[in-house]
Structure formats: C-alpha cells, structure tokens
Ligand binder design. Structure first.
Ligand code: MN
Length: 491
C-alpha cells in the first residue's frame, strides 16, 4: 500500500523590520519566486511560508510545522540580516528536519548599481552567519548547504536532503510485520524494539505464521490468476513448475493483504517457522520488494525497515534498493570481489535485464516443495551498502561505498539472484573496516540513495553514523569508533 500522504517542505526566510516595508515586500516577492522556481527541480514542493521578523512569527511557524503531517522539514535562509535571538524559541521547539540553505538572490555583484541600499537588501553573507551561529549555539542538528539557488549542484543537494527528510517521515510512521522470530542463535539481527520505536518511530510486532496460512487459504484462484499474469509480464518464465509460481502468488497476496490491513510497509519471516506452508516465500517477497515493501530474512526486522525506508528515499519513491547478504569472496589477485545474494529474496530493482522465474530445491528450512524465485544478475555501477546494528544503548548505522560490476562469471549452477561488488577502499581493507565496525551480514544495497543522504538521515534521527569510503583505513576507523563510543556514552 503506497503512502498517499502529501509531502512538502517549508521555506522560512529571515529578515527584520529595520529596513522598512519596501525592502520586506521585495524579500517576500523574491522568496516566493525562488521557492516556486526551485520547486520545479526539487523532488518535493518547497512552499514559501513567511519572511520572519519576530520571535513570535518564528515560533508560531515552527509550531505549525511540528503539527502539520505534510511538512517534512523546514529550509531557512536569510535574505537580509536577521538578528537571530528571534529564532531561539522557535528553533528550540523545532521537531522537523532542518536545513540552512546559504544562498543569495543575485548571482553577481552589480558593479555600477551597488550602493548601500543594495547592501542592506542583499546581505545573506552577513545574515546567514548570524543565523548559523544561533543554530550552532543551540547544538541544532541541521544540514548546511551553500550555493546559488539557480545552480544544479546546490539544488540537487537540497533535493537529496529532502529525500533523506522524507525517509525520516516514513520512518516515524513505519510498521514492520514479523512472521515468526529471528533465526535461532543469530546475534546481529536482534535489537531493542522499544528503543528503536523511541528513536526511529518503528512499530515492530509479530503475527503468527498460522495467521498467514489462514489468510492464504482465503485467496481465490482468480486473484492468483491475475498476479501470475503480472509476473509473466514482468519476468521471463524459466520453469515448468507453474504450481510453484501460483503458490508464491498466493503467499504474496496473503502477505500483502495482512500488511495493508495493518498499515505495515515492511515484513520479515524465517525459514525456521513455515508451519503450514509448502515453500519459503521467494518470488513473493521479491515482487513485494519491487513494489516498495521492505523485507528482511531470518527475522531481520531492522534491515526490513531500512529497505522500505531507502526505497521510499529513492527515485520516484521506490528506488533501486535491495535486501542483500554478503556470501562469499573472489580472492584472485587484481580481481577481488564480494558476492552478494540471498537464499531467495533479492529485490529485482537492482537487476540488469529481465529476471527469470525459476524453481530449485532449497535444502535449508522446512520447504516441502521447491520454491519459485527470481534469478538475475545485479547491474554495474556505484552503490552503497547500509546496515544498522544495535550496540547496546545506541544504534550504529554503517555505510560502505561499493563499486558493483556485472558478475565476472556466469555461475550457471547458482540458483539465486547475485550481485558482485568491490567494497571501498579495497576488498581486504573494506572487509576489515566492516568487521571492525560490527557490520552485519545483511544490508541494503542501493544504487540511487547516496551515502550523504544516509548521513543526513542518521543526523536527523540522532544515531551514530559510520562511513567507509575510498579514503578510510582500518586504523583511522578504529580510532573513530573508539571516540564515537566515548561520545555516545556522554550523549
Ligand atoms: Mn540471511
């Protein structure tokens, strides 16, 4: 069930009454023009709210922003000087993501025209510093973006920040449906659900596999016919086992109905609890993910939620992001890669070409029959892998830059979707960094959500953020983690 909530951002421009009405009218007119023009290139509307001249105006607008569900964040800018003690009470109350866009209306200093009137009207360089001090003094978590408002670069960054902020709005509303518990004895997929709800807003609850089986029994043949038709339009059929495809359709329909009824956009299950089911959902989970639902295997509700959030942050609200697991390495000198896959459930949004529906034996778990699944190769391109671990008392997000390649060998006997990548800074150091940080074997692989967006998301959510880049070394990272540990104990 795609969320139909309207999402917009508010543009609040700082000024003061010192310059007279004419200046304020000009500021107002220009701010409206800027918001309208930028909105044409931004993923969400930027709505000009007001030119703030007093503490009351700022405070009233912040209160309104806090309680308006469509407002996903505020973007501030100071056209003129805006004495920023007037922002204190408002900023202290702000509960929405906050970005300070340091720009100015004119691109160039007009050589002949510039005089003191021009200087009083166009002093963002001055006003934005005053505004920045106040936010720094208040220790406000915020994004600062500088650049000309008509240039592609800064507007793109503003748009990316909006996507991160929308990811936060999605997070605050997010419900995860768990079928069964975590895989027995696994540590990293565990976590404090109460803490996660307090921090990230996630409502993580369990439904019995038996509830799902009952729902499956109510699915009609007509419903299955119509979903199978959809499968065959989107994917290539590479199996004679039509029964397995129909069974997966039945699973998908039932899971979707249960999630939609409860308002859940992510789910997890486990191969250790499939009582009353013939097959672990494979194709079913993959197709649900392709339509924006999050998924985590073996009860991994954290990665299920992150998959849903990152999909919502991506292109058109459902980007190329997939649940993935590190499986095995290719350690040939000069061609070192990691192979990511899962026993069934990788989202086809990361596929190169048309995925194939296949059925194969799955020895692990309680499968009475061979589950149908999508088999494909991941596409080439720069991407990130993201994981979230519970460190006991706090959450740590780990993001690693990776370079995906078309798998360097066909692997004809591998019966699952596969993606191959080189982690940064290189395979060996990349593994060392990931393991040092406590990164999980499950993660979300994304081609269109950037590390900067995830950093913005983590800042807004107030959780630890660790980024492994081409410049990271295991030594540097160890020191960073040590300092983070101290800092987060003090927070
Ligand atoms: Mn797994």
């Amino acid at each position: 069930m795609r969320n139909t909530q309207r999402r917009e951002f508010w543009f609040i421009v700082g000024s003061q009454s010192l310059y007279g009405n004419e200046v304020l009218e000009t500021v107002d007119r220009r701010a409206r023009e800027m918001a309208e023009k930028m909105s044409e290139r931004l993923p969400y509307p930027l709505v000009y709210k007001l030119t703030a001249k007093s503490s009351k105006e700022v405070t009233d607008t912040v209160k309104e922003a806090n309680y308006d569900d469509s407002c996903c964040g505020v973007i501030t800018w100071c056209h003129t000087f805006s004495p920023s003690k007037m922002w204190t009470n408002g900023l202290k109350n702000l509960q929405k993501p906050y970005c300070h866009f340091a720009t100015q209306y004119n691109r160039e200093i007009p050589n002949d025209e510039i005089d003191m009137d021009f200087m009083n009207l166009n002093q963002a360089a001055h006003g934005d510093r005053e505004h920045g001090f106040m936010a720094a003094r208040l220790r406000m978590p915020r994004k600062v973006i500088a650049g000309y408002w008509q240039d592609e670069g800064p507007v793109k960054r503003l748009g990316d920040w909006m996507r991160a902020a929308v990811g936060c709005a999605v997070s605050k509303e997010l419900k995860v449906m768990r079928f069964g518990d975590n895989m027995r004895e696994v540590a990293v997929t565990e976590g404090d659900k109460v803490e996660v709800q307090a921090k990230l807003g996630w409502q993580v609850n369990t439904w019995a596999t038996g509830d799902l089986v009952m729902e499956m029994n109510r699915v009609t043949e007509e419903e299955i016919d119509s979903l199978v038709e959809k499968y065959l339009n989107e994917y290539e059929k590479n199996t004679d086992d039509t029964g397995a495809i129909r069974y997966q359709a039945k699973e998908e329909i039932a899971i979707r109905k249960m999630m939609d009824r409860e308002g859940c956009i992510a789910f997890s299950n486990t191969f250790q609890d499939l009582y009353g089911m013939e097959q672990l959902p494979g194709l079913a989970s993959q197709h649900l993910m392709s339509e924006g639902y999050g998924f985590g295997a073996e009860g991994d509700w954290k990665v299920a939620a992150m998959t849903a959030i990152m999909k919502a942050m991506g292109r058109d609200g459902n980007g190329a992001s997939a649940f993935i697991e590190d499986y095995t390495y290719h350690l040939e000198k000069g061609r070192e890669y990691a192979l990511g896959a899962h026993m069934l459930e990788v989202c086809p949004s990361v596929a190169e070409g048309r995925p194939k529906i296949e059925t194969h034996h799955l020895g692990i778990g309680m499968n009475e029959k061979d589950p149908a699944r999508l088999v494909f190769e991941g596409k080439a391109g720069d991407a990130i892998v993201v994981t979230l671990v519970d460190m006991g008392g706090r959450l740590r997000m780990i993001v690693q830059d990776v370079e995906c390649v078309r798998p360097i060998m066909p692997m004809p006997n591998l019966p699952v979707a596969r993606v191959m990548w080189r982690p940064m800074p290189d395979l060996q150091k990349g593994i060392e960094c990931w393991i040092t940080a406590g990164g999980a074997h499950h993660s979300v692989l994304s081609y269109d959500v950037s590390a900067e967006m995830m950093k913005d998301w983590a800042r807004i959510m107030d959780i630890e953020f660790v980024h492994i880049t081409k410049d990271t070394t295991p030594d540097m990272l160890e020191r960073e983690l040590f300092l983070n540990d101290l800092a987060w104990k003090l927070k």
